[in-house]
Design a protein around this ligand. Structure first.
Ligand code: HEC
Ligand code: HEC
Length: 345
């Protein structure tokens, strides 16, 4: 599918000079690249499911719940402690820290552009955003609350009974309504427009030459875009790229008989990636340089390794170009709208 679009667009591009309009439509640098510009245009509308449509009241309630430390037993943590808008909706830690002294098994993922994802969690164990919320809430090592205790706390809050009544017909402070409101807020967490997007829209000066060369590598020789595909830089799928080991088998836990899903983790979005170190599901790579080194080495040679992962033979200049490209994917947050254009419908 992707290949056929590519071919038809290349043909189209080849015919354009005959029409004499090529230079007005797109710059030569972008025409020459092994990618289709349309794949990289950000969608205008956020998708909300029919089962949980957007409403302003539900969204406002979801925002209040997301930042509320009453969600953790010791009142020390809200969802935003680990999904912090000032840290690209992650927490900057190698592995998340809940109420227990030892860290959780995974790093806190960003929630940016989660409305477009189909399976949630590093191993895809959650079917939708609504299904995620009560996992952190009730996990003893994380927020350590029971459903009944949470409902009781929220019911005695002076604001929530009114807010739930505005957001839901039944007005109930219930598990289901908490899930629906949190998911509505989370769907609105969108990446902002980055220099790369201005370049895609035709502003040649928006990113430097190194970033342009980096994108050529990313979409071409280095094969990154096979998995980090399209405007959100993720195929939403699961691959063994050379992380994980021992018991940490990712999606293999859900599909024990699959050879390919052993050590397979979800391809994360690369939006705002430069401000989300450390990297990977286990925070095992401290810098983007370390990430590139892993790919350059070709991951780990084992039966589950993705066939797309192989030694790349990148030069030092190539590596610097790739990093310049990755850095062009961060928007410029303001204090009023930190890191995301949240709240847009
Ligand atoms: C102590 C840190 C911590 C807290 C608090 C926390 N999370 Fe998370 N969150 C994580 C970690 C770690 C994962 C990855 C879990 C996995 O892959 O199994 C995660 C995964 C998620 C995901 C999946 C994202 C994706 O793209 O796959 C969503 C959605 C999410 N959390 C929402 C929430 C909500 C809503 C709350 C509050 C009720 C919350 N989290 C509280 C650490 C935390
Ligand atoms: C076979 C699919 C695949 C290819 C090809 C691929 N990636 Fe990834 N990428 C992934 C997966 C899966 C992860 C998450 C692995 C984990 O968490 O353990 C990841 C993680 C990353 C991360 C860390 C993001 C974060 O938030 O932790 C960066 C940066 C990255 N990739 C960049 C690249 C670059 C640059 C290339 C090309 C050199 C590339 N990727 C090629 C699938 C791929």
């Amino acid at each position: 599918m992707r290949a056929s679009i590519w071919i038809s667009c290349s043909l189209f591009a080849a015919l354009l000079p005959l029409a004499g309009a090529a230079s007005q439509l797109a710059s030569p640098a972008r025409d020459a690249a092994p990618f289709v510009i349309e794949d990289y245009r950000r969608p205008a509308q956020t998708p909300y499911p029919l089962s949980n449509p957007f409403s302003a009241a539900k969204h406002e309630l979801g925002r209040a719940l997301f930042f509320d430390t009453d969600f953790s037993r010791s009142q020390s943590r809200s969802c935003a402690t680990c999904h912090d808008p000032r840290r690209g909706w992650g927490d900057g830690l190698p592995r998340a820290q809940g109420e227990a002294p030892e860290p959780l098994p995974f790093r806190s993922p960003t929630l940016l552009d989660d409305a477009w994802i189909e399976k949630y969690g590093w191993d895809g164990k959650f079917r939708d955003l609504e299904a995620v919320a009560f996992a952190p809430i009730t996990t003893p090592k994380n927020m350590n609350m029971s459903e009944a205790e949470l409902v009781e706390r929220l019911s005695s809050n002076p604001e929530y009974p009114r807010k739930f009544a505005l957001a839901f017909e039944d007005g109930a402070i219930s598990r289901r309504n908490i899930e629906l409101a949190l998911a509505t807020f989370e769907r609105s967490i969108r990446s902002g427009k980055a220099p790369f997007d201005y370049w895609i829209d035709g502003d040649e000066a928006a990113i430097g030459q190194a970033a342009k060369r980096g994108f050529q590598l990313f979409a071409g020789k280095a094969g990154c875009a096979e998995c980090h595909s399209g405007w959100s830089f993720s195929d939403g799928s699961f691959h063994d790229i050379g992380t994980g080991g021992g018991d940490d088998i990712g999606r293999g836990r859900l599909f024990p008989s699959s050879r390919k899903l052993r050590y397979a983790f979800k391809t994360p979005t690369l939006r705002d990636v430069a401000r989300r170190a450390p990297y990977m599901h286990d925070g095992s790579r401290a810098t983007l340089e370390e990430v590139i080194d892993l790919y350059n080495k070709g991951g780990v040679d084992r039966p589950s390794r993705s066939e797309l992962i192989k030694p790349l033979g990148l030069s030092e200049a190539d590596k610097a170009d790739l990093i310049a490209f990755l850095e062009s994917l961060s928007d410029q947050p303001t204090l009023a709208q930190p890191g995301a254009s949240d709240g847009r419908e």
